[in-house]
Design a binder for this molecule. Structure first.
Ligand SMILES: [Zn+2]
Ligand SMILES: [Zn+2]
Length: 409
């Protein structure tokens, strides 16, 4: 399905705009007003229709999911990028998925004013995910010791239909079902007026009133005036604890990482010495390493699955101990596009990526629990080179092309 485009009107001046699915910060080209899009749980979109005027429209919901899936199996960690849609109401009268429709057409946000009968999703998303996992896992070697979904986008897409003697797709005006039984009435299924409304909040710093900065897909906004960082929540912007690792080099871009302190049970991992043992690093363990606290490092931005895993592993193994400062740099900041919730979900995988030997340790993954205690957003400096961004000391490298592609993930 890939890129979804959404037709939108500026909440301030009404000017039309086209948004990408990942867009959060909306800057109107006409009135210049900036606002941030907020939606409880997930975004709800609807496909446009070209039904004859006299038809009563029926909107059928589909869960739409996009993200990475990682599976720890006997011979390592398998990954796959997934992108699918599936019925959010079980029914044999309607197509099983949105199919390719959402690629060719521009969607709209569902609002309480949207006209038509909107079926209520009665199939929970978790059921749909289980169906998918079950099918996908058949292709994997058995057993699967751990599996996680990361960087996911979950939304609900309503597709328009109407009923005659059959169910008709109101985009193509073509039947999609066999002849309906007598007395069939889709409005007997749960549904009604749509709910949910997108909130637009002004992007002003709650602390000093300055304009917050961020890329259109940023999940965290920065105030360079009062040196603060903000996370949008259902109740407005909340201040976020952050730090940067200062750099002396030129040509720097800072990338966001989540440094997470967590309680690990099922395996001993609380100090740097424990890390050296679990990762089987060929170093003689120094006594003082037993007192150096271990922390997970997770990515705060989206990249392809293989890069995601490699970066998280390298930086966690490096355990940066440099002095951090609490001041936003004047150079470029790469936006946070992976929220803390997703970073937390990646911790077991992060651990799996460096444990050695995997053959002996993977079976333990089932009993390992990682409970996050606190976190900090840390911006790490990367030197920009021709094709790559690198952090030489921690052996981190990010290919620029891949980063470019990641804006669609
Ligand atoms: Zn406007
Ligand atoms: Zn401010």
């Amino acid at each position: 399905m890939s890129d979804i485009l959404i037709e939108h009107q500026c909440p301030q001046c009404g000017a039309p705009a086209i948004l990408k699915e990942t867009d959060r910060l909306f800057a109107c080209e006409f009135c210049r007003v900036k606002s941030y899009l907020l939606q409880k749980e997930f975004f709800r979109y609807m496909l446009p229709n070209s039904a004859p005027k006299n038809k009563d429209l029926l909107f059928f919901p589909y869960w739409r999911f996009k993200g990475m899936i990682f599976s720890c199996v006997e011979d390592g960690i398998k990954h796959r990028f997934i992108d699918f849609s599936h019925q959010a109401v079980e029914s044999s009268y309607f197509p099983i998925s949105v199919g390719l429709r959402s690629q060719a057409l521009k969607l709209n946000f569902v609002t309480p004013e949207s006209k038509g009968y909107f079926l209520k999703p009665t199939q929970p998303f978790n059921n749909v995910m289980n169906i998918f996992n079950h099918r996908y896992n058949i292709s994997l070697p058995n057993p699967v010791f751990h599996q996680s979904h990361i960087g996911e986008t979950l939304s609900l897409i309503y597709s328009p239909f109407y009923a005659n003697d059959k169910i008709f797709d109101a985009i193509l005006n073509k039947p999609v079902s066999p002849v309906l039984p007598d007395g069939f009435d889709a409005t007997l299924l749960q549904g009604g007026r749509p709910h949910g409304r997108i909130n637009f909040i002004p992007t002003l710093c709650p602390n000093c009133g300055w304009d917050l900065e961020g890329r259109r897909d940023a999940l965290v906004l920065n105030c360079k005036n009062c040196n603060s960082v903000w996370r949008p929540t259902a109740n407005g912007f909340k201040k976020l604890k952050f730090a940067i690792l200062p750099a002396k080099e030129e040509n720097i871009i800072y990338f966001p990482f989540w440094r997470i302190k967590a309680d690990v049970t099922g395996i001993t991992l609380s100090s740097y010495a424990d890390l050296v043992r679990i990762a089987n690093i060929p170093k003689a363990i120094k006594k003082k390493w037993e007192d150096v606290e271990f922390r997970f490092w997770a990515l705060g931005f989206k990249v392809r699955p293989q890069v995601f895993l490699r970066l998280a592993r390298s930086i966690t193994l490096a355990q940066p101990q440099e002095k951090l400062v609490r001041e936003l740099p004047d150079t470029r900041l790469h936006p946070v596009t992976l929220p803390i919730e997703e970073a937390i979900e990646s911790l077991t995988l992060n651990l799996a990526s460096f444990m050695k030997p995997q053959k002996d340790l993977f079976p333990k993954l089932r009993d390992i629990r990682i409970k996050p205690k606190s976190y900090l957003l840390v911006y790490m400096p990367f030197i920009e080179q021709h094709h790559e961004l690198i952090h030489p000391e921690f052996h981190l490298g990010i290919n620029k092309n891949q980063l470019e592609l990641a804006s669609n993930l």
